[in-house]
Design a protein around this ligand. Structure first.
Ligand SMILES: [Zn+2]
Length: 119
């Protein structure tokens, strides 16, 4: 598999078939710790970096297809976050894996990509 590029820091993250399914997580800021972006593959930490700035992502929800909205609801449930945060997670995944939002939605709906609640 090709390495994926972190949408936040630009690092290349090597991924092998044994790392699937990949899991993406955003841990919120806690005390002095800044928000973290975490990529986990098969339960192992593959990548972790600080999310620059805040994650206030403004998007027009009407831009996306019904499949994306369905996946967004699944992400919000999995990650225990708001719908707008879920969309931000999906957009980051699309950036990171260089795929479209519809492709990300398909992966989520097929349970090939999951999101964990912050720990
Ligand atoms: Zn990163």
């Amino acid at each position: 598999m090709d390495p994926i590029t972190c949408g936040y820091c630009g690092s290349r993250v090597g991924v092998t078939a044994s790392d699937l399914p990949l899991s993406f997580r955003q841990d919120p800021a806690a005390g002095p710790r800044k928000p973290q972006f975490v990529i986990v593959g098969s339960g192992l930490l593959l990548h972790q970096c600080v999310i620059p700035g805040d994650d206030g992502v403004m998007v027009d929800p009407l831009t996306y297809s019904k499949a994306v909205h369905q996946a967004q609801g699944m992400v919000a449930t999995q990650a225990g976050c708001s719908m707008s945060h879920a969309l931000a997670l999906m957009m980051n995944t699309a950036d990171t894996t260089d795929t479209s939002m519809d492709e990300v939605a398909e992966e989520i709906r097929a349970h090939r990509v999951t999101y964990d609640a912050p720990s």
